[in-house]
Design a binder for this molecule. Sequence first.
Ligand code: NAD
Length: 434
Amino acid sequence: MKIAVLGTGYVGLVTGAGLAEFGHSVIGADKMTEKIEKISKGEIPIYEPGLDELLRANMKRGRISFSSDLHKTIQAADVIFACVGTPQGDDGSADMSQIEEVSRLIAENLNGYKVIVEKSTVPVKTSHWIKRTISLYKKSDQEFDVASNPEFLREGSAVADFLNPDRIIIGVESDRARDMLVKIYDKVRDRIVITNIDTAELIKHASNSFLAMKISYINLMANLCEKTDADIEQVAKGMGLDPRIGGLFLKAGLGFGGSCFPKDLKALIKIGEDLGVDMNLLKETDLINSGRARLFLDKLKKALWILKEKKIAILGLSFKPETDDIREAPSIRLIRELLGEGAILRLYDPEAQNNMKELFPEDKTRITYCSTSYEAAACANALLICTEWKEFVEMDLRKVKALMANPIIVDGRNIFEPADVRKLGFEYYSLGRK
Ligand code: NAD
């Protein structure tokens, strides 16, 4: 079986490398020629722990190669994984134009039976549209099947998640497609769950929205803690010990960001509304999340009163640790608002600076990108923590205090013990605890 992976972003690269590691012959293709040229030379365009090594090893073994010739790649493949983007559209729904583009390309190049696998996160019923598009545009009477195999990898641990998944959801409507996909995932066969296609598509949106809801729920509880003597970290611990609840995704903070939760939540709200289902539960989840940045900035203002011309250090620009991805990162909103207030920003992130520079170019009077946390802290009137990178947790706070103009920390991820930091002489604000 020859496998094509269309789209070499976070999901496509990991999927391609992972399937090659499972022993398959894979071609990764993308319409961005420059990207493919770089990857073919072994230059991996994203930061994802372990991905470089896995890709290079499998390229060396001859199991994976890359091409910008989408036509040839499709023609050569028996199974095609569509890993293109499904970004948020203007009305909140998923913008499906990349999926449509790929479907037409597949139709044009359908030179034999193929299974087209939706790896991208897509609204329930998308398979219907892919089938219709391919049928409308195909030039031959070759047969094909569409299948859904949503991806659950988490950026930052994507390689391990792909190679050792909790579950592999396979939505199919033919035995032929099912058998081919089961063979592809033979190495982790015990984790396969077979469903119909609508179910598989919905499992992905339902999972992401549930996790988003869990985060907004604990943030709502954090708001209650702020008005009482309760401590959100202890509330979360006490709740999480109940196995029906579980301790994961109960971390109060700046809220969720990234390329998945915000857009998938909005997409599911739109899907439900279009189908006439009341989606208020998820709308509130979204609303609570979008209020986090304001609440955080209010704390900063409480400490500094006027932000104009104040030097603010921001540590952590990516939406979470161990990734360079800044899509929908809470730091973006904070940077915008702080610039709007006239603050002078000193930014630092171990991996995401280059991506952030594209959005907010360096401008020595307003925005400086620093090479360490300490450099960012130097002469700052306050230090904001937006991502819980391990190196921030392990900072030498005595050194930080000596460098800062005012020893004020506003911690959006609750990474420090309030008593410890205050003992060192900091004014310390965090979320949901005194
Ligand atoms: P991405 O933007 O990093 O990558 C998408 C790639 O597709 C880009 O390289 C783009 O050039 C390419 N592309 C677009 N149109 C194309 C076409 N017609 N032909 C060939 N290539 C084309 O996106 P991503 O983060 O990898 O996400 C891809 C999908 O997977 C989305 O639906 C996303 O919701 C889903 N997903 C993402 C994650 C994650 O953590 N990033 C996890 C699970 C699922």
